[in-house]
Design a protein. Structure first.
Length: 421
């Protein structure tokens, strides 16, 4: 795509709308595109990719420019991280801007402080240094500056992976089997898959491979009673339904009517008949209490900082804070305790977050186990081996973009021990 003044203007306008970061960047961009319906597919892709690219590299860019304005940040990003040369930019910028961009191209990234190289705010650096070496922080930061790949999950009720790969290949969409999930496909590039017949007919869903692995950890059996406690828009609920071959019963619980409404068209496409979305007010809702002691499997994908998804949501590092983490920890503790009450003896609970902070992960689980002596921790690596998935990150599932090409996920598997007769 040849860059024009119009491209720069619309990307600058979009960035100006996003940068206060009072709301999620993706929702602001959706609103921006609704307000500008004449933008073509390529124009929208350029705006979205550029805005998110700037957010991924914002610390470096803001240090590199003399005055941080939406336009100066945009030009610096295009010159430094998109590799645009001055010949391509010269007709689009002023003489002063051209001189500044030449200097920005020569700034050494390696000479910057660690927080700038890793693109982490000071509060997060302080937390990471409690459990990571500087070299590990830098590796993590660099991995989170890359755009995430587009992963699909094959709905095994309606298709199998080889069939889907064949159809994609015939239609010129390059994809390959994911290394861990038996039903995952990783696409090359970002094709408009939501318009493809495979998506429209429910044969595939968009779902990160790490998220898919949570379903295999839970390992529901066909006639089980299952609860997806924080179901959101229901991606994991749909996967559990397919694993159960649409038998048994799954309750998809969430306290957001909007999120559950987003599940409805996905459920209709999926061909499932065993999934029941239910709106709850909080973890103590009467609908939750009615299920006490009746459930075989419970998935708790807990509300969390989302820091493991910074490849997709780079704005989160400014929208989270030490105070918000403390509030999330209180929610996580309460939700895990409430969800655990639903299990039958011998039942399994998987607690998961898309965070890499131990205080949202191991520490929440340790606190729960100390106060719930009838629960034991299962070994996640052993559970995955039972599902023929050769992935060993130890007793906990701990996924990272750099090592596994997934979002940063944490999971622990817990079992309610049967009382001795």
């Amino acid at each position: 795509m040849r860059l024009t003044p119009a491209h720069l203007d619309m990307a600058t306008t979009a960035l100006r709308a996003v940068l206060p970061l009072e709301h999620p960047a993706d929702s602001i961009l959706r609103h921006f595109f609704r307000e500008n319906p004449t933008l073509g597919v390529n124009d929208r892709a350029f705006v979205a990719e550029t805005v998110f690219g700037i957010l991924r590299h914002r610390f470096f860019i803001e240090r590199a420019v003399s005055i941080a304005t939406p336009r100066s940040l945009l030009l610096a990003y295009l010159a430094r991280f998109q590799g645009l040369n001055m010949r391509e930019l010269i007709s689009l910028v002023s003489e002063t801007e051209a001189k500044s961009l030449t200097e920005i191209k020569s700034v050494s990234l390696e000479a910057q402080p660690l927080d700038v190289q890793a693109e982490f705010p000071v509060w997060l650096m302080e937390k990471l240094r409690n459990f990571m070496r500087d070299s590990e922080i830098l590796d993590l930061g660099r991995s989170l500056q890359q755009a995430a790949p587009l992963d699909l999950r094959v709905n095994t009720l309606l298709a199998n992976r080889d069939e889907v790969l064949a159809v994609l290949g015939k239609d010129g969409i390059e994809g390959s089997a994911t290394p861990y999930s038996p039903t995952g496909i990783r696409l090359a590039g970002k094709p408009a898959i939501n318009r493809h017949e495979l998506f429209v007919t429910g044969k595939v869903e968009i779902q990160d491979e790490g998220s898919q692995l949570l379903g295999y950890l839970l390992g529901p059996k066909r006639r089980d009673m299952v609860v997806d406690f924080c179901a959101g828009a229901g991606g994991k609920s749909l996967m559990l339904g397919a694993l159960m071959r649409s038998q048994g019963r799954i309750y998809a619980l969430d306290n957001s009517e909007k999120r559950l409404n987003n599940l409805k068209p996905r459920l209709k496409r999926s061909g499932l008949s065993n999934l029941y979305p239910q709106l709850i007010t909080n973890e103590n809702d009467i609908k939750v209490k009615r299920l006490t002691g009746k459930i075989d499997r419970v998935l708790v994908d807990a509300p969390c900082s989302g820091l493991g998804t910074l490849r997709r949501n780079p704005d989160l590092k400014w929208r989270q804070s030490p105070q918000s983490i403390e509030e999330l920890k209180r929610k996580q503790t309460a939700i895990l305790a409430s969800a655990a009450n639903l299990l039958k003896p011998g039942g399994r609970l998987v607690y998961a977050t898309c965070s890499f902070l131990p205080e949202e992960n191991q520490e929440i689980v340790d606190h729960f186990l100390n106060s719930h002596p009838r629960f034991i921790q299962l070994n996640c690596a052993e559970l995955l081996i039972q599902q023929k998935i050769p992935l060993d990150t130890g007793a906990f599932l701990q996924l990272s973009p750099g090592l596994h090409s997934t979002d940063g996920f944490f999971a622990a598997a817990l079992e309610l021990v049967k009382s001795e007769a």
